[in-house]
Design a protein around this ligand. Structure first.
Ligand SMILES: Nc1ncnc2c1ncn2[C@@H]1O[C@H](COP(=O)(O)OP(=O)(O)O)[C@@H](O)[C@H]1O
Ligand SMILES: [Mg+2]
Length: 316
């Protein structure tokens, strides 16, 4: 059952802003046109990215890696990672050495004191950089590697549009960290890439939707006015966009919505905003769709449990 949002209590003074538009009006460029170009070089660079990030994978035994390699459901990216790590179990240091071999510091668009490979996700390789202004992350979009300038611009534009959309939906202070989109020489052999630079979220980070019980979240949110504003904005907008516009941000991606605790300050941060029509989640798998549905319903339940929003007005 989907949350019914039209009667949501707006007494928090956080109006829902996004107008009701079709998915195409929000994101005109849903199917990435550059997919058809430069297939060979894109495959090569994506494979190199997999080699470069292999050392970040959890340590497992040779047999486990072998299992991943032969499993037909393993993606190419993960298969390459497993292959490198299986070699690493026999020749320790291989994964790290290969990563270093591919790394080029290159010219970054910001003055940095230090840069290191930090982690990776489905779409991006993430580098942590230290600058005089503080720490930031540089996310190199794997899809962009091996593209010509036109392709790079399209990738950057695609992600930038999603960011701008997320920023306009979720305008509570600090909820969407400031992000800049650039074309730059990437650390992967210096190959040009579309990337974004985002402020680094400091402190202890946990996944908002997966690492807490309802009770823990409600207690945290009730104690903190700023966090409460962030959460109400996030929940109302997500429910509204999902129910009225059939659009949803990627709630499935581990660590996309994080709760960070830095000293005594607890903040909600949406660091990855893969906005897509609900139909896309549906077409991927019934399981993904029902998970998204369950997450959105949970946001409704959490809203109910926080004072100021009348429960029976949110859920049917
Ligand atoms: N601004 C940030 N601060 C701290 N960690 C981050 C930040 N952005 C990304 N990360 C880390 O990098 C991972 C992947 O980043 P994400 O933006 O989700 O990329 P992807 O689109 O590939 O999923 C996150 O799950 C998180 O662990
Ligand atoms: Mg992510």
């Amino acid at each position: 059952m989907k949350p019914r949002v039209k009667d949501i209590d707006r007494s928090e003074g956080l109006d829902i802003r996004a107008p009701t538009l079709s998915a195409e009006q929000h994101i005109p460029n849903l199917h990435l046109p550059w997919e058809e170009q430069g297939i060979k070089s894109r495959f090569l660079f994506k494979s190199l990215a997999a080699v470069m990030t292999a050392s970040l994978r959890p340590k497992r035994g040779f047999i486990d890696h072998l299992g991943s390699i032969i499993n037909p459901r393993t993606s190419n990216y993960d298969r390459i990672g497993a292959l490198i790590n299986s070699i690493d179990t026999v020749l320790p240091g291989t994964a790290k050495n290969l990563s270093n071999l591919l790394y080029r510091s290159g010219r970054l668009p910001v003055q940095v004191d230090n840069i290191k490979l930090y982690t990776y996700g489905t779409a991006a390789m993430v580098f942590l950089v230290e600058t005089v202004q503080g720490r930031s992350v540089v996310k190199i979009y794997k899809k962009s590697l091996g593209n010509d300038l036109d392709g790079l611009m399209k990738v950057a534009d695609f992600y930038k549009k999603k960011y701008e959309l997320a920023k306009s939906w979720y305008d509570a202070p600090g909820l969407v960290p400031p992000t800049h989109f650039v074309i730059m020489p990437s650390p992967v052999l210096g190959s040009p890439a579309a990337a974004c630079i985002q402020s680094y979220i400091e402190g202890e980070k946990k996944d908002f939707l997966n690492d807490f019980t309802d009770m823990e979240l409600v207690n945290l949110i009730r104690q903190d006015d700023a966090l409460r504003k962030q959460f109400i904005c996030f929940a109302k907008q997500t429910i509204h966009m999902y129910c009225d516009n059939e659009l949803c941000i990627d709630l499935l991606g581990e660590g996309n919505l994080i709760l960070a605790k830095n000293d005594d300050l607890v903040t909600l941060n949406l660091i990855d905003y893969g906005i897509a029509p609900a139909s896309l989640w549906k077409s991927r798998s019934a399981e993904s769709y029902s998970k998204i549905d369950a997450y959105v319903s949970r946001l409704g339940t959490l809203l109910q449990k926080i004072s100021g929003v009348r429960g029976n007005e949110i859920l049917e």
